[in-house]
Design a protein around this ligand. Structure first.
Ligand SMILES: [Fe+2]
Length: 647
């Protein structure tokens, strides 16, 4: 489907190909090939109107994703001509299998979709996802270190991971993203661990926002399993500086509603490793925020290696280095929230500004915090799978309580200076982030108790949780962050559906094929078929109240060399939703009835006169096709060209 826009003096006109199919022949499906399709995972796209789908194939064949509004799926059958997105990919570096991925674009808001991957004759099962309103508040969920395989028992780790995803999405069915804290698996190149990681059905229903951990980095499997938008896979963003080596890496960003997400490969932190180190990440984050920071209300960074964490990795040398390299840049760039993993233990930092506690008076565990300029909240996630937990470690009294130091909190000397809350019970948890127009709400929630599935505990680790007092779904910690609004007063206003001060038109929602089905023989001398065009939305908010009109004409119908005249198509225009002074055009009969030109000649779909009110109208038309009985059998198509005129 192509859209061509041309601008003429004193008028605007746009052409749109709208394909009308008429078929009276059954085409057999292509022969099935033997490709086995595995590891299907839904991913986030560049914005809320996109998704990616990634999978593995046993055969190196051309494949694609088909996507349709679920309401068009009847008895499990897709409509005849669904939206299709061709997949790309290649042979897996480790050999044996092939990776495929495609990006789904132009999704409509608040719509349930069904999708499948593969090729004609060899489709995967049908999966589904929902889009939500493209504006306003939403929740996303954040998961730390599933690290499937790290307990030594992949099946047990999988069971805990599946349970956390199920618990989290059941409790938050309207959550819009599942965000990774990294370390999806224990051993980067071990596909049985990836299969176990990809087991939860939720990973095909909610977009997974992949993050690379130190356990994911040592193979290309991470890059082969996940497709992420706006990816920068240049050398400096790889630990060893070499994207062609058998390692994964790179940074990416996307905007989902009011949040700019930036996801970085923290495996690269020192130039001595061969890559660009932390300086390359600071440059990347700076560039992305400079270019896109004003397109979103909130800035959220995601990376694996926590810099303000409470447990086994808190005093690591690389953590200390990042603690020097990152915080001042993040403060000056106006980052609101940093989501991290790696330490398999939960912590919520105080608001940190330039490597120091922003407000020395912020109290431990405060339920409400207000960020001054430069205040950044850092979250470290506990294990989401139960495969491995690290215990809280003690601060170092001989180190400073600022900068790279691991000194104690003067207000709570058993904890690190930078943390407001630290928690480890050896039960699975996940983090829920509520994005609101005037605040962020961050909550750590239990998705398990000491009971199985809880692999590390099943294998002998102690556990400290009373399931009556702290059951599945209970809150470990919750904080509301109020943003810095500058010296003045923050004002907020919600504008309902945009009404631009101009004239425009668009196809309403899903611009699928207009399928007239199989024509029926009528009266012994002709065939008839009927259908409706995809409605056209017209928006006119010009002060001039100048007239507008929408018209259309159809080409001849063709099937290879066989054709019949477009004049056999007629229509009855209608105003589906009134507004903008819209009046429906006159009905046009099929040329079969009156020997006229039908829609072969340009005809009015709708129009408004000078002085009409501002507003939005939706125009539709019922199509009637009558063709002579001597037209040859075939599946015919034509193009309906739509033209808008406004002065
Ligand atoms: Fe890690």
């Amino acid at each position: 489907m192509t859209l061509v826009t041309r601008v003429a003096t004193g008028a605007t006109a746009a052409l749109l190909g709208l394909v009308v199919a008429l078929s009276s022949a059954t085409v057999p499906a292509a022969a099935a090939d033997a490709a086995t399709l595995t590891g299907i995972v839904l991913g986030v796209g560049a914005d809320q109107a996109q998704r990616t789908v990634t999978w593995y194939s046993s055969a190196d064949t051309a494949q694609k994703v088909q996507v349709v509004p679920t309401e068009q799926v009847v008895n499990g059958e897709f409509p005849a001509d669904p939206a299709t997105f061709d997949a790309v990919g290649g042979a897996n570096v480790s050999g044996g299998r092939f990776n495929r991925h495609a990006t789904i674009t132009n999704l409509k808001e608040s719509t349930a979709y069904s999708y499948r991957v593969g090729a004609d004759g060899n489709w995967s099962p049908v999966y589904s996802f929902k889009t939500r309103s493209f504006e306003g508040d939403y929740d996303f969920l954040f998961f730390g270190d599933p690290q499937i395989g790290s307990s030594g028992d992949v099946a047990k780790d999988q069971a805990g991971w599946v349970d956390t995803v199920n618990v989290a999405t059941a409790a938050n069915p309207d959550a819009e993203l599942l965000v990774s804290g990294g370390d999806q698996v224990e051993t980067a190149g071990t596909e049985t661990q990836w299969d176990a990681f990809l087991a939860p059905d939720g990973l095909r229903q909610y977009p997974w926002v992949a993050t690379i951990g130190n356990h994911d980095v040592g193979s290309k499997a991470y890059e082969q399993h996940f497709t992420v938008p706006n990816t920068d896979r240049s050398g400096p963003l790889y630990g060893n500086g070499n994207p062609t080596s058998n390692t994964s890496g790179g940074n990416y960003w996307f905007i989902y509603k009011d949040v700019l997400f930036i996801d970085i490969n923290s495996n690269s932190y020192a130039t001595s490793q061969g890559g660009g180190g932390d300086a390359a990440h600071v440059k990347y984050v700076t560039d992305v925020i400079n270019q896109h920071g004003n397109e979103a209300k909130w800035k959220v960074l995601v990376f694996h290696h926590a810099i303000y964490s409470p447990a086994a990795h808190a005093q690591d040398g690389d953590a200390k280095l990042r603690r020097v390299d990152f915080p001042t840049a993040f403060s000056s760039l106006g980052v609101d929230l940093v989501l991290q993993g790696h330490d398999h233990s939960y912590s919520r930092s105080y608001l940190i500004k330039n490597s120091e506690k922003a407000n020395p008076d912020e109290q431990p565990g405060a339920a409400e915090v207000t960020a001054g300029p430069g205040g950044v909240l850092y979250i470290t996630s506990n294990s989401a799978s139960g495969s491995k937990y690290y215990d809280i470690s003690a601060p170092k009294t001989d180190q400073p309580s600022s900068g790279a130091g691991n000194g104690p909190d003067p207000l709570n000397p058993s904890t690190y200076w930078y943390n407001s809350v630290q928690n480890q019970e050896h039960v699975r948890t996940y983090v829920k982030v509520g994005v609101r127009k005037d605040r962020l709400v961050v909550e750590n929630l239990r998705s398990g108790t000491c009971a199985a599935p809880n692999a590390a505990v099943e294998k002998g680790l102690s556990c400290d949780n009373d399931p009556a007092a702290k059951p599945v779904g209970s809150t470990v910690d919750k904080v509301t962050v109020h943003p810095y609004n500058g010296e003045g007063q923050a004002l907020s206003v919600d504008v309902p559906n945009a009404a631009p001060g101009e004239f425009g038109w668009t196809i309403d929602g899903y611009n699928g094929l207009v399928d007239l089905g199989t024509a029926e023989e009528k009266g012994g001398d002709h065939f008839e078929a009927a259908g409706s065009i995809n409605p056209i939305v017209v928006s006119d908010n010009r002060r001039s109240q100048a007239p507008w009109s929408i018209s259309a004409s159809v080409s001849d119908f063709s099937d290879g060399a066989k054709t019949f005249a477009g004049s056999y198509l007629g229509w009855t225009p209608k105003v589906v939703e009134a507004g903008a002074g819209a009046r429906a055009g006159n009905p046009v009969v099929s040329g079969f009835d009156d020997k006229g030109q039908g829609l072969a000649k340009s005809r009015g779909l709708g129009s408004a006169d000078q002085g009409h009110p501002k507003g939005v109208a939706k125009l539709g038309a019922d199509l009637t096709l009558k063709i002579p009985g001597d037209v040859e059998t075939g599946g015919y198509r034509a193009t309906l060209t739509i033209t808008a005129l406004s002065s």
